[in-house]
Write a protein that binds this ligand. Structure first.
Ligand code: SF4
Length: 396
């Protein structure tokens, strides 16, 4: 895909926009003033793959601890300022790497100017982040909103999208008057279709980098579908420079799913194993779901080279579906036949599959690290297991 070229901004050591890789953000879920808990959460998010972490600073006691937090973490920190511009000024003074302002909540031009000037002095960017819940119709802006509304007239909730874009434009006027362009933009809604519509429009109208997200997407089970459908569509069109998936759940899941999304779209080099698994069917030969879940957890803990691992429930379709895997197991008659780089290496009972498979993955990891082999090279064709595997109705 060709990515839309945007301006580039720098958030600590992470570049957003232009030719920079799409970055992953998340936000801590606890109180920022609880320093130990906040630092622990930031470490967990960074370890899961977050490039940037945002913290809320609703009160002075939150900004007061920022220097202490910043001294203990290495990932860039964004201060999320909602209602009081002084929290932004205090956060900038503390040394955060970016400020997020919500135009729906801080609208006073003098206050915004104070934040812009402080960010300019500190050399840090600002995200202008509009949410559907924080835009209100204003009489003096009605004409512009009506113009935009007619533009969106054929879209679902076009008026709401128009109000959000009008709000961003109105805010950008303040920034332009200050000649401040160290900006990224976001416009979040909870409806995936609307998120796609509004970001497509933002991408046409502005060259500032875009922070993609679906707001209040819900728990991971449903929020993941909502988020991935919107963000996946936009990213595959080349739109979006940084993403935040948000769930009503542990934010580590947000990062894990964001990493996987970028991996799936080839927008990020995979760190760690890629797991392929069959959905299972009436030919299943082992307790596949438990095996897959155990393999997934162990791979996450033990493997940090991009080994492709296939776990297949039988030998009927498994070999074809696992083609390209570096390590594969095919279940047969309560056993597992294990292949490494196209070579058959073991045939073990079901209760030994997990250990043996991981053993082979770790061995391969060592060989890759030492330069003795390369991944993908000898992975292509796995010959189906033969006479020692018998499946009822299918003698292989
Ligand atoms: S690999 Fe075998 S068990 Fe799994 S879905 Fe395919 S045919 Fe069914």
């Amino acid at each position: 895909m060709t990515r839309k070229m945007t301006r580039q901004i720098q958030v600590g050591n992470v570049r957003i926009g232009g030719d920079a890789p799409v970055s992953i953000q998340s936000m801590t879920s606890g109180y920022t003033h609880d320093v130990d808990a906040c630092v622990t959460e930031i470490h967990k998010l960074a370890n899961a793959g977050a490039d940037i972490v945002r913290v809320a600073v609703p009160e002075k006691k939150d900004t007061a601890v920022l220097p202490e937090i910043l001294s203990q973490v290495s990932v860039p920190i964004v201060a999320d300022v909602h209602f009081h511009f002084k929290r932004a000024l205090e956060s900038i003074e503390a040394g955060v790497h970016k400020i997020r302002l919500n135009p729906g909540n801080i609208g006073d031009t003098e206050q915004v100017n104070a934040v812009i000037d402080a960010c300019k002095d500190a050399g840090i960017p600002i995200r202008i982040g509009v949410n559907e819940g924080s835009v209100v119709e204003r009489k003096d802006k009605q004409k512009r909103q009506e113009e935009l509304a007619s533009f969106f007239s054929d879209r679902k909730q076009g008026h709401l999208l128009a109000m959000m874009i009008a709000k961003i434009e109105e805010y950008l006027d303040i920034f332009a008057a200050r000649d401040f362009h160290d900006i990224c933009l976001s416009a979040k809604l909870m409806d995936a279709r609307l998120v796609i519509d509004i970001y497509e429009e933002l991408s046409k109208r502005f060259d500032y980098p875009l922070h993609l997200g679906v707001t209040h997407a819900g728990p991971r089970e449903t929020g993941s579908i909502r988020s991935i459908s919107a963000l996946g569509s936009l990213l595959s069109q080349g739109i979006g420079d940084t993403i935040r998936i948000s769930y009503a759940s542990d934010p580590v899941y947000e990062v894990e799913d964001g990493v996987e999304l970028l991996n799936c779209l080839d927008l990020r080099d995979r760190i760690g194993a890629e797991l392929i698994a069959c959905p299972s069917c009436g030919r299943i030969q082992v307790d596949l779901f438990t095996l897959v879940d155990d393999v997934r957890k162990q791979l996450q803990d033990d493997i940090d080279v991009p080994i492709k691992v296939a776990v297949m429930g039988c030998v009927v379709n498994g070999p074809g579906e696992a083609e390209g895997a570096d390590v594969a197991v095919f279940a047969g008659d309560r056993r597992g036949i294990i292949y490494v780089q196209g070579e058959r290496v073991a045939n073990v009972p079901e209760n030994e599959i997990l250990d043996r498979l991981l053993h082979e993955c770790k061995n391969l990891q060592e060989r890759v690290r030492s330069g003795a082999t390369k991944l993908g090279e000898k992975a292509v064709t796995i010959v189906a297991p033969t006479s020692d595997v018998t499946i009822e109705g299918h003698h292989q």
